[in-house]
Design a protein around this ligand. Structure first.
Ligand code: EPZ
Length: 455
């Protein structure tokens, strides 16, 4: 992994380190207050958005994540100057030296594909490798491409590369009416960014309404873009000639916050978390309350949780403001220990139920039926060796391990490092006992493992 710092790339090669395992001692009680980091999916889109501005932008509240490092490497490869200082990231896109980020960087991070709209808007040309599918689905980009074509781009895909050009001499995309067959977050963000510098007005119908889309729109508006309707299903963008630098704070991560709410509920603990934007968590809070958990907004940008007896409920994942697919695995862990029967229906991604097999290894009673998981609550989960199958499933296995009887070991920690900022330290700060150890050490007793951490 290559990290970016000022103009120097520091090579922290993690590939040579021994694979590690997260060991969790179960039946944990948590207590205290946890700080929520900036939203990963906001930061990634906004980092791509800095390409729109031929000046320096300062982003605040940027989480420390592998995905952020990878996006930084992609922007570095395009000639941008990045300077990270704690949770502040300065990005200067005055000079873009190429329209083609290297395949090996784009293939590591799907969100890298978000650079295609800004590159096309700034340079009139983009050569972006197709992002790979991933554990949760094929993840096509047809809606991104069709939106750019509607705005006048000529797009062809050859040898896994998306070639996009603006024909003619004026090098500017044209405003267009675009209807999205599906309210895709990424496609909405690609089209929105491209439209900020287009000639004329662009209207996106059936747009995604996620808070991260709104945050991106607010970032672009702060740079001087003319955007209306972000957060509704119709977004209108009137193109301008150029955008100016801005100092912008990213919103808190609603999925990290939701994950901690589940950690508190599953361990029957009283915890509080901030900063949060409660309305970003409306569907998650509604479901947790329906299951018997008390959640109080007891101070501005703060939520407190008071545990209760958990009973089952049904969940269907949907585009925002429906229940977020990124919280599906975490709620499954909680429903596995709730009284009664529950059904989870995953409608957003075609392959996002692979964590069911891992929960069953811990004693959960879950049956798969197509895109549905039928869950019968059990009184106890038992610790077991499990493997993370995607980013959110890894966090779900952690919270299940906190509640399970005995020791859980989790492999596949690269998923966790992609999307959670210091999750283990934050959980230890609430009283959890968990330790990252090498595979050989997993038989050591707890105190020796804690010692291992200090070495
Ligand atoms: C964003 O992915 C998030 N990632 C995902 O978070 C999140 O799960 C997803 O939105 C849904 O909320 C980032 O923002 C970086 P989509 P994105 O386009 O933009 C289909 C996490 O764990 N589709 O809304 O890729 C697609 O196959 C990650 O943080 C097309 O068919 O999601 C999927 O079934 C996981 N054609 C559905 O739409 C397209 O051109 C939703 O995808 C684009 C998408």
């Amino acid at each position: 992994m290559v990290c970016f710092l000022e103009d120097r790339a520091i090579n922290l090669s993690t590939e040579t380190q021994p694979p590690s395992v997260l060991k969790i001692w179960g039946e944990t009680q948590l207590n205290g207050q946890v700080t929520i980091s900036g939203a990963k999916n906001s930061a990634l889109a906004i980092m791509a958005g800095t390409l729109l501005c031929a000046d320096e932008c300062r982003l605040r509240n940027i989480p420390s994540l592998v995905d952020i490092n990878h996006m930084g490497d992609v922007l570095n490869s395009l000639g941008l100057k990045l300077n990270r200082n704690g949770d502040t990231l300065e990005i200067n896109a005055q000079e873009i030296t190429t329209s083609k980020p290297p395949y090996e960087l784009v293939s590591r991070l799907r969100a890298s594909f978000f650079v295609i709209g800004p590159l096309l808007a700034r340079l009139g040309v983009a050569r972006v490798p197709l992002p790979g599918g991933c554990a949760i689905g094929a993840r096509p980009v047809d809606l991104h491409v069709r939106g750019l074509e509607a705005m006048g781009a000529k797009v062809r895909i050859e040898h896994g590369i998306v070639y996009a050009d603006i024909p003619g001499s004026n090098n500017r995309l044209q405003g267009a009416e675009i209807y999205l067959d599906y309210p895709s977050v990424g496609a909405t963000e690609t089209i929105l960014m491209a439209a900020t510098l287009a000639e004329g007005e662009t209207r996106i119908e059936n747009a995604a309404r996620e808070p991260e889309v709104v945050d991106l729109a607010n970032f672009c508006i702060a740079m001087g873009a003319k955007i209306q309707g972000a957060g509704t299903n119709t977004i209108t963008i009137s193109g301008v000639k150029s955008l100016h630098s801005v100092d912008y704070p990213i919103i808190p991560d609603r999925i990290e916050a939701g994950t901690f709410l589940v950690a508190g509920a599953i361990t029957h603990s009283e915890i509080s978390l901030s900063p949060v934007v409660p309305e970003h968590l409306t569907p998650v809070i509604a479901k947790l309350r329906a299951m018997g958990v008390k959640i109080i907004a007891d101070a501005p940008n703060c939520l407190s949780l008071i545990p209760g007896t958990l009973h089952g409920t049904d969940i269907e994942t949907l585009p925002y403001p429906g229940f977020p697919t990124d919280m599906q695995a975490q709620l499954m862990a909680l429903l596995a220990l709730s009284e009664g029967d529950s059904v989870i229906t995953e409608t957003v991604f075609e392959n996002r139920l692979r964590h069911v097999a891992e929960f069953k290894r811990m004693g959960a009673d879950i049956r798969l039926k197509g895109q549905q998981a039928i869950i019968r609550g059990v009184s106890m989960l038992t610790g077991a060796p499990v493997v993370a199958t995607d980013l959110r499933a890894s966090a779900a296995l952690v919270v299940a391990g906190l509640a399970a009887k005995g020791i859980t070991t989790i492999q596949g920690l690269h998923h966790l490092d992609r999307g959670y900022d210091n999750l283990e330290d934050k959980l230890r700060g609430l009283g959890a006992k968990l330790q990252r150890v090498s595979i050989e050490e997993t038989d050591l007793p707890a105190e020796e493992l804690i010692e291992a951490e200090k070495r």
